[in-house]
Design a protein around this ligand. Structure first.
Ligand code: APR
Length: 246
């Protein structure tokens, strides 16, 4: 059922165990392109398809080209001249957590903006550009180290290659993160899903663990799973959340 802000506010007012499940659409109002919208990353032309360049096998076989794409399209918005900042969607979720109403954010995003907004319990299903490790000695590096490196970023201790802690296609998701997210969804009395096309698994499959009757879907476009929502709002999630009071 399509609802308005007033009904969303009422649902939130009467819930004290809210979980949020989100995707790239939560960060577009921070200036970060999503993947599948008409102006998203996957509709842009590159030498190789973006999903190929973001795969484990491409990372192994074309490491230089991987980092060219990764720095330009995924790191620029975090380390570039105008780093992305949390928008009202991130800020409202952090406010709801602070008020004890929201228990967890589960995100497919790797931009760290939920934590930057103040959210504490964040399950990053696809990792984070903010965490990077040497593949030989496992030393940690900030995103800025990779952004500034020429070509393939190398460990300044052992010379090993550095890999971002980002889940590439063909790679598995972290089991502790998955289990934490599933537990949160199973215990939730309200599940808000926002800014995601719900087409990538296993992430999208997590919403099937929800057992309540207050599943709210907030998305600009229709999604693959609109039919499972109890309530839906179609619009910009930052604009919608900016009208919610905690
Ligand atoms: N407000 C609400 N919805 C929005 C907004 C916005 N401001 N901006 C975009 N959207 C919606 C789009 O309509 C789209 O349906 O967000 C959705 C984003 O979908 P995708 O681009 O497919 O992003 P996502 O669902 O996060 O992709 C999942 O795919 O390539 C992988 O690992 C990558 O984590 C990513 C995964």
């Amino acid at each position: 059922m399509e609802i308005g802000i007033a009904k969303l506010q009422d649902l939130i007012d009467h819930s004290d165990n809210i979980v949020f499940f989100g995707g790239a659409g939560v960060s577009t109002e921070s200036g970060i392109k999503d993947f599948r919208s008409v102006d998203g990353l996957y509709h842009m032309k590159f030498k190789y398809p973006p999903e190929t360049m973001l795969s484990h096998s491409f990372f192994v076989s074309h490491k230089e080209e991987f980092f060219d794409f990764y720095k330009d399209k995924l790191l620029e918005c975090t380390c570039g001249e105008n780093p992305a900042k949390p928008n009202p969607a991130h800020l409202k979720l952090a406010e709801l957590e602070k008020a004890g109403k929201l228990k967890a954010v589960i995100t497919q995003n790797i931009d760290g903006l939920h934590q930057a907004a103040g959210s504490r319990t964040v399950y990053e299903l696809h990792g984070s550009v903010l965490r990077n490790y040497c593949q030989k000695c496992h030393k940690g590096f900030p995103a800025s180290y990779l952004y500034k490196a020429d070509g393939i970023p190398k460990c300044d201790d052992c010379g090993g290659d550095i890999k971002p802690d980002v889940v590439l296609y063909e790679e598995g998701l972290d089991s502790d993160t998955m289990n934490g997210a599933i537990r949160a969804i199973m215990e939730a009395d309200m599940l808000i899903i926002g800014g995601t096309s719900l087409v990538v698994y296993p992430a999208a499959g997590l919403i099937d663990y929800y057992r309540g009757d207050k599943l709210v879907l907030i998305n600009y476009d229709a999604t693959a799973r609109d039919s499972v929502a109890n309530y839906s709002l179609h619009g910009k999630i930052g604009e919608i959340f900016s009208q919610i009071t905690v």
